[in-house]
Design a protein around this ligand. Structure first.
Ligand SMILES: *Cc1c(COP(=O)(O)O)cnc(C)c1O
Length: 435
């Protein structure tokens, strides 16, 4: 939270050409240091919550490390060329992911919309102008039925029509087969613009196979890998498997600003996506984009594109770059051990109060460790969602993950849980079991 910025907005006096700078200097000097660490949520009357539910967007995503916040504060005080800044982000993202290029978006969902827009329009300026109207251009995206999620609205938002194929028999338990190549090939035609793929641990059908097939038809593959981190090795995994574009969330495990994401992949597609997001109110005579944008390949200069509403701010772009560099440098085994130690202590206290718990280590989740707590209705008088609701109704509100609630299990997910909140969380659960 940039409290200097808050102070400035509370004093919007603009008189005379130099007033703003004078006010800035004055405000900074007159702005006491202790107020910069004030309880901003308390002042706004918004309750702080204990979050053991994971990096959920509705709870504000991850907790930003101080070095990310410091970088954002530093970024806020100067003007830069946003295309040049995105080109610098591209270099950083390429280093971290092994992709040819990348941009900072306003989330993985925005990355999916921009990536789709790039597949639909390429460098055709007239097509960029028409989106989300796809008439007169290939506008279909092939997607396996088992890959459909609530987030694929982001793909349709660019104007694409989803063409669903195959069966999710391995998911429903109705059969042994996944989606086969012939099923994908039968859906590909002159209207096809790309193949969309949702990355999961199951990797079904294998991304390597889908990418190879797509390549034979000259089609890009867009991968939604929003929450496939950690491990940091997954930053490279989908590009290595042949994906043309990959979307990651910046506000989940990477711990960048909540409103950020990454779109990385083929350089030409990234350039097209960037063009459809940037402020394009430019004079042709003076427009000088960075080399990431190959002006000579454009048949004109586009106006504001379909992604103009997803603008990433300079502070967010810088914050994401710093968070990504930090994320890549983390010792994941040490991190997992520390989290498992915390969960172990919580499990002991909960076990003593009669809760059945199971610590699922990072080695088993493939991501961060978590603690499963089985809710015994006979003891607590409440089912899993009842306990979850009671914890949320207390003060401060406590959130556990409800992703396994249907099986009577609440999950303590430590991804966005401050260590200082562990004891409060556990004692509230113990008190609930006693009452
Ligand atoms: C979280 C998530 C998204 C959206 O990511 P944002 O960064 O919040 O836009 C998309 N797809 C999947 C699978 C996700 O888990």
């Amino acid at each position: 939270m940039n409290l200097d910025g808050v102070a400035l907005r509370l004093n919007p006096i603009r008189r005379g050409p130099f007033a703003a700078t004078q006010i800035h200097a004055k405000t900074s000097a007159a702005y006491p240091r202790e107020r910069r660490t004030m309880d901003i949520y308390g002042r706004l009357g918004v309750r702080r919550r204990i979050n053991a539910a994971g990096t959920l967007t509705r709870l504000g995503g991850s907790l930003m490390p101080p070095e990310v916040l410091d970088a954002m504060r530093a970024a806020a005080g100067a003007s830069v060329d946003m295309a040049e800044l995105q080109a610098a982000a591209s270099a950083a993202i390429a280093r971290a992911t092994g992709a040819e290029a990348g941009i900072v978006t306003t989330g993985a969902a925005a990355a999916l919309t921009l990536g789709t827009a790039a597949c639909l329009a390429g460098f055709n300026v007239h097509r960029m102008e028409r989106l989300p109207d796809t008439s007169g251009m290939p506008g279909q995206i092939v997607i396996c039925r088992g890959h459909r999620t609530g987030y694929d609205h982001a793909i349709r938002a660019a104007g694409a029509k989803l063409v669903e194929i195959g069966f999710a028999d391995r998911v429903t338990g109705a059969g042994v087969r996944g989606v086969e190549d012939w099923e994908i090939e039968a859906a590909i035609g002159p209207e096809t613009a790309a193949i969309a793929y949702t990355a999961t641990k199951l990797n079904e059908p294998p991304l390597e196979r889908v990418a190879k097939l797509a390549q034979r038809y000259g089609l890009p593959v867009i991968v939604d890998a929003a929450a496939q981190l950690p491990p940091a090795a997954n930053l490279r995994r989908f590009i290595d498997a042949g994906a043309s574009l990959v979307a990651f969330s910046g506000g989940k495990a990477i711990r960048g600003p909540q409103s950020t994401g990454i779109l990385c992949g083929r350089r030409d597609l990234i350039a097209s996506a960037l063009l459809q997001m940037l402020d394009m109110d430019v004079a042709p005579e003076t427009w000088s984009p960075p080399p990431l944008i190959p002006r000579e390949k454009l048949n004109g200069i586009p106006h504001h594109g379909v992604g103009r509403g997803f603008k990433a701010g300079k502070e967010e772009i810088v914050g994401l770059i710093v968070a990504l560099e930090r994320f890549v440098g983390i010792d994941w085994e040490a991190e997992a051990r520390a989290l498992e130690g915390r969960l172990q202590r919580m499990a002991q206290r909960l076990g003593g109060a009669g809760f059945a718990t199971r610590l699922v280590p990072a080695a088993e989740t493939g991501r961060q460790p978590w603690l499963e707590v089985t809710i015994d209705v006979a003891r607590t008088g409440l089912d899993a969602l009842g306990v979850s609701g009671a914890l949320q109704a207390g003060e401060p509100p406590i959130h556990l993950s409800e992703r396994r609630a249907a099986e009577g299990v609440l999950v303590i997910d430590p991804a966005a849980l401050s260590a200082g909140d562990d004891a409060t969380l556990v004692e509230r659960m113990v008190a609930l079991a006693r009452s």
